[in-house]
Design a protein around this ligand. Structure first.
Ligand code: BDR
Ligand code: CA
Length: 302
């Protein structure tokens, strides 16, 4: 069943691409975008979300989420996403404003209650969702399922053990996994292989839409940064999670429990046998996903 979607994100280049993919397949279904801290400060992720909405002629409201983790501090990922989170090329700002709210958790809660039942997709730190579940425990019965890009079972990208979204706020991530909500976790072990080559990125130049031109420039920048840090190409972590949400048949999965270490290996996601409410994504047909993502970029924003 197609529920309204809450998209909790921190754009971010691969978040921006994920917005294109989700919009392409579920235009009328996205109820709210929550843009919090993560790849860069929340002030900027909100601007980037609004800018992407402009490019996609999308009128989904954007709500500013958490500006810091629940516990401790965090380091951004501007070295991968650029100083502005979208390749560092001063793209200008949207004339639209985020939702006026003095209490983002209440606004998020009210939106979910009004929608009845939602699917909740997270592409950034799990801070917003952990705070929501803590303040409004009854919201649990209004979330059909969660799809999360995050974690790494046999690898990390911030440390050898930890992935960025989980490492930003490991305690919040652990709270979300402990909540018992049905969660599909799309980890680095799968997303690391969904990468655009420079040839694929350059192929966008044959498409003359403003969106394709812009994404070509942004993805070229991302390719340089990702490969500098040892990745295979421009890595589409967040679109992979969105594609799992849309087309689970393209993915291999396993049921398990997950806990998150907040001690020695801060942010490490650990598979447990104690519960099996987590659908762990174990692999996908990477090039099929890349082709699908490219086709979304080339057919949107006309
Ligand atoms: C995740 O971290 C962020 O930098 C990306 O947007 C993605 O959500 C990958 O580790
Ligand atoms: Ca992200």
């Amino acid at each position: 069943m197609k529920h309204p979607i809450i998209l909790d994100t921190d754009p971010g280049i691969d978040d921006a691409v994920a917005m294109i993919v989700l919009h392409h397949f579920r235009k009328t279904n996205i109820r709210l975008i929550v843009a919090g801290y993560g790849n860069i400060k929340a002030e900027q992720t909100v601007k980037n979300a609004l800018l992407m909405c402009d490019l996609l002629s999308m009128d989904t409201p954007v709500l500013k989420g958490a500006v810091v983790p629940q516990y401790g501090s965090y380091e951004d990922a501007a070295h991968i996403h650029g100083a502005d989170g979208l390749g560092g090329m001063s793209l200008g700002t949207s004339k639209k404003q985020p939702l006026a709210s003095s209490d983002f958790l209440k606004t998020l809660y009210d939106t979910i209650i009004e929608a009845g039942t939602v699917d909740y997709i997270t592409l950034g730190p799990l801070t917003n969702l952990a705070l929501l579940l803590k303040r409004y425990p009854d919201v649990r019965s209004h979330i059909a399922r969660v799809v999360t890009m995050g974690g790494g079972i046999a690898c990390g990208n911030v440390t050898p053990h930890a992935e960025f979204n989980i490492h930003c706020d490991a305690e919040s991530a652990d709270e979300v996994f402990a909540s018992g909500l049905p969660i599909a976790l799309v980890p680095l072990d799968t997303t690391n292989h969904v990468t655009f080559s420079m040839e694929q990125i350059e192929s966008l130049s044959s498409v003359k839409t403003p969106l394709a031109c812009l994404m070509q420039k942004i993805l070229e920048e991302n390719y340089k940064n990702c490969t500098r840090y040892g990745e295979e190409g421009s890595t589409m972590h967040d679109s992979t999670a969105v594609l799992y949400y849309l087309f689970p048949e393209y993915f291999k999965t396993e049921q398990c429990g997950i806990t998150v270490d907040s001690q020695k290996y801060y942010g490490k996601t650990i598979v447990t046998k104690e519960r099996n409410h987590v659908t762990l994504i174990k692999g996908a047909e990477s090039q099929t996903l890349c082709d699908l993502i490219l086709s979304c970029i080339t057919s949107e924003g006309r």
